[in-house]
Write a protein that binds this ligand. Structure first.
Ligand code: ADP
Length: 410
């Protein structure tokens, strides 16, 4: 019986090949190479039927999967499973037409389990090939993104350093010009104009410094100068600096007496001042007049947790991560209005990435909580900062420098 089937398969071979290749392959060139592949498939089917082992089909199917083109791998509808299904239907029709009903049934029954195996096997292999292809594409996209991010970071760093030279020139010439006027001539037109230039260059210098900080953070080059610090001192100094702005905007800044406020910890005072300054100036910028900004906190095991809460416009939950990325300012850039403290006076979008970089360099973390962005009900935002409590600086040299303080704290 088995020999009959094998015999019948040999007899129908030429006709089958002709039918299938004619139906499935268009164009003489395509048909020729397809014929070769069909020949291999037919051989494999014969071996599988003869031995009762469908794994004979695997090498041919593997070579088919391997030869899938890029577009076939990305297009879910075109694939080998569809072709195998068509071959199955055409085979059935062909056998029905050329063999007597009984014989065609016998051959079809012998072929069917092998077709099922071939389709299942190909489906698995094809899916794996698609996954491999997509992962490769993803890796390429990831590399391109990394390269783009690197060139963005390189650009920021080069631009910042290039801008420093003309800034220094501007500073120098303005101060020489100022020296040409008598010291008590505060109100003359020229002196007032010079003040305007001064303000402009100062703001420009701040932006350039921010750009340099961002590129230091991007390249893990932010060096901290650890010293004993007390948060109350940092916050008091900030209150003093921001007092006029807070009054001008009729805001209130309430710093609560929280556990940890007077606790000594090692950190970089200038950098922490900069980080909290960014958070407070943002709270000022994004809170309308008459709003309230509250600083509160608590001590958690190993950490001081500080909370900066405002009654401002709030931030949509989908932007809670984005605002910590460089140039992550929200809204329409073309409507961007620059200003350090005026309501919604956006900056270049570098403040929060720098703040995050500084806090993380200290071993801490920062995140935001807000019910969403709404300029009518003002849901407000709360920025949380976790700052590790360090009783000694991380390096031996600084520990030796602050030996007496470290010993009294231990
Ligand atoms: P910018 O220089 O634009 O202020 P930041 O990096 O400091 O840049 O902040 C990024 C963006 O996050 C801001 O443009 C603003 O949309 C949003 N943001 C930051 N702080 C607040 C806040 N307290 N309330 C509402 N939105 C905020």
């Amino acid at each position: 019986m088995l020999m009959d089937v094998v015999e019948m398969l040999s007899q129908t071979r030429e006709g089958w090949l002709g039918r299938i290749s004619h139906r499935l392959a268009r164009g003489a060139g395509v048909r020729e190479s397809f014929l070769e592949q069909l020949n291999q498939l037919y051989d494999a089917f014969q071996h599988a039927v003869e031995s009762g082992d469908p794994t004979w089909l695997e090498p041919t199917l593997n070579s088919w999967v391997k030869s899938l083109t890029q577009s076939e791998l990305t297009d879910e509808d075109s694939g080998l499973v569809a072709i195998l299904n068509e071959i199955l239907i055409l085979t059935y029709q062909y056998l029905e037409e050329t063999l007597a009903a009984e014989k065609s049934n016998v051959v079809m029954n012998a072929l069917l389990p092998n077709f099922t195996y071939a389709i299942e096997y190909t489906s698995r292999q094809e899916t794996q090939a698609r996954i491999d292809h997509i992962s490769k594409e993803l890796q390429i996209a990831q590399k391109t993104l990394e390269r783009l991010d690197k060139s963005k970071s390189d650009f920021i760093s080069v631009a910042a350093h290039e801008l420093k030279t003309p800034l220094t020139l501007l500073d120098g010439y303005t101060s020489m010009l100022r020296d040409l006027f008598p010291k008590d001539d505060e109100m003359s037109q020229a002196v007032l104009l010079l003040k305007g230039i001064d303000n402009g260059t100062r703001r420009l210098r701040e932006i350039v410094d921010d750009m340099i900080d961002v590129s230091l953070i991007d390249n893990n080059l932010l060096a901290l100068n650890f010293q004993p610090i007390w948060l109350n001192q940092v916050l008091e100094a900030l209150c003093e600096e921001l007092d006029t702005t807070i009054n001008n905007r009729q805001l209130s800044l309430d710093i609560k007496e929280f556990p940890g406020l007077h606790e000594m910890t090692f950190g970089d005072p200038e950098r922490l001042y900069q980080a909290f300054r960014n958070l407070l100036t943002n709270a000022i910028k994004y809170t309308p007049d008459n709003g309230v900004i509250t600083v509160d906190g608590k001590v958690l095991p190993g950490f001081i947790k500080v909370k900066i809460k405002d009654t401002g416009i709030g931030i949509d939950s989908e932007d809670h991560t984005r605002i910590f990325q460089k140039f992550g300012q929200l809204g329409n850039i073309s409507l961007h209005s620059s200003g350090k403290t005026k309501f919604k006076g956006g900056g270049p979008g570098l403040g929060l990435p720098i703040t995050k970089g500084i806090i993380e360099a200290h071993g801490g973390s920062i995140w935001v909580e807000s019910e969403g962005y709404d300029e009518e009900i003002f849901p407000g935002s709360t920025f949380h900062v976790m700052l590790p409590i360090r009783k000694s600086p991380p390096d031996e040299k600084t520990t030796a420098l602050y030996k007496s303080i470290v010993e009294t704290e231990l």
